[in-house]
Design a protein around this ligand. Structure first.
Ligand code: GDP
Length: 434
């Protein structure tokens, strides 16, 4: 029998209220044992919760959400208890001592929702993104996806492809030379139209993925230019090691920032210079690699020892640091800052926010928000492209196989084929209780 799963679904740590969620066939038995019976479905009821020996654990709001009209599709109960550690521990211990009930794994509630057909995989990913969303733009994008924006597009594509495929398969099973051109015309017209739609969705992919992950801003420059110091000043907390020894920042350090509502990842790189030290050399190589995929490279060099950046094919902002060390205006830079006096930091933050906005704007409307989506849509476009280019000389079987492979790519996208391998990767990234 399916296990019934229990978990704390609200945040860890002391809080006014904590929500413990239970899903599965043992929900009714659990409610009888600890809450004196199941409350009226979907109505909040104030109940005394009792432990195995009948002792009172807490008084709590209890919700009973019978399946299949619940989030997971199974019987679900929610206990809104006082959010103290001991209360939560006593409730979870009592629940998991009931036969058939165990602790939930990360993402297991959502996984059940997908397995029971309540959500497709892309909507489930939207829920994960909603939990992770740190900025308003990320929240809106995640909400759209959790609401099934990509799911609807995918199911419309699948319906059209299945129809075209059925026509071709009928032709393969009951060959009739005269019908072939007409059937081909339907298949190629469908494929041509869908290639256009898939490519339009892919066009927004970069922004959609960026919005999820944040714009990438790389801080680079020679050792001792003041990169770590700047990062700390920007992040307003001690995240990077600040030291006067060149090459201390051997690897990269990433900090997530909200720049005027636009998410950004600031990446502090190792000193960009030729080096004999193998460990540092790896850091330098990685730094250059990062800089190559950045939305903006902020090139720092000391006002009293200016250095030129390497050639990079990404937007560059040249910043002179340690402005306090020289009297005359610094040379060879777009702006000058001093982490010591705070001069220029506000202008710099504005410039970073502008760069993040430019990299992310338009992302909210994107259907494609993950590399996984992009891969499947690209596969779809390849197969559909072949069908679109088919002519009288193309065997019907070939066109049918390409349509089948395109449908399969949609199946991987929405989680209806190759389920186990995809699910394991995706649900592992969820938090427990979701
Ligand atoms: P990184 O190697 O580029 O990360 O450089 P750090 O941030 O570790 O800074 C190198 C040295 O420069 C440290 O001793 C910092 O205190 C100093 N420094 C950083 N910013 C400033 C600044 O604005 N003014 C002055 N005078 N010193 C600074």
């Amino acid at each position: 029998m399916t296990a019934t799963i229990a978990a704390l679904s609200s945040g860890a740590g002391k809080a006014g209220v904590a929500v413990v969620r239970l899903s599965g066939p043992a929900v009714g038995a659990a409610l009888r044992q600890i809450a004196g019976g199941a409350p009226t479905p979907r109505m909040a009821a104030l109940r005394r919760l009792r432990g195995a020996a009948g002792e009172e654990i807490d008084r709590a709001l209890v919700l009973f959400l019978p399946g299949p009209a619940s989030f997971t599709g199974e019987d679900v109960a929610e206990f809104h208890v006082h959010g103290g550690r001991a209360v939560i521990a006593a409730l979870i211990d009592t629940l998991t001592a009931i036969p058939g009930i165990r602790l939930a794994e990360p993402g297991e509630f959502t996984r059940r929702a997908v397995e029971n057909g309540k959500l497709d995989l892309t909507a489930a990913e939207g829920i994960a993104d909603l939990v992770e969303a740190e900025t308003a733009g990320q929240r809106r994008q995640a909400l759209r996806q959790a609401g099934g924006a990509l799911e609807r597009a995918a199911s419309a594509w699948r319906a059209e492809l299945t129809r075209a495929l059925a026509l071709l398969e009928a032709e393969i099973d009951f060959p009739d030379e005269e019908d072939v051109p007409a059937l081909f015309a339907v298949a190629t017209a469908t494929a041509t139209r869908l290639v256009g739609e898939v490519e339009a969705a892919l066009a927004g992919a970069a922004r959609g993925e960026r919005l999820r992950e944040g714009a990438r801003i790389v801080i680079a420059g020679p050792p001792n230019a003041g990169k770590s110091t700047l990062l700390n000043a920007l992040a307003r907390r001690d995240v990077a090691i600040v030291s006067a020894i060149p090459g201390t920042t051997r690897d990269t350090i990433e900090v997530h920032l909200d720049l005027d509502g636009y998410p950004a990842t600031l990446i502090d790189t190792a000193g960009l210079r030729q080096t004999e030290d193998p460990v540092e050399a790896i850091g330098v190589a990685r730094a250059l690699d990062r800089a190559g995929s950045a939305d903006l490279v902020v090139w720092l060099s000391p006002a009293d020892a200016p250095a030129d950046p390497p050639d990079l094919a990404v937007p560059l902002l040249r910043v002179a640091t340690k402005r306090d060390r020289i009297d005359s205006p610094p040379q060879r830079c777009d702006l000058a800052i001093s982490a010591l006096t705070g001069a220029g930091l506000e202008t710099l933050t504005d410039r970073l926010a502008q760069a993040a906005r430019a990299a992310l704007e338009g992302g909210e409307a994107a259907l494609v928000t993950r590399a996984r989506h992009r891969r499947e849509l690209e596969a779809m476009a390849v197969h559909l492209g072949r069908v679109a280019a088919a002519d009288a000389a193309t065997p019907v079987e070939f066109a049918a196989e390409d349509l089948r492979l395109a449908v399969r790519a949609i199946g991987r996208l929405t989680g209806s084929v190759d389920i186990d391998e995809i699910y394991d990767v995706i649900f592992r990234q969820f938090c427990i209780g979701k």
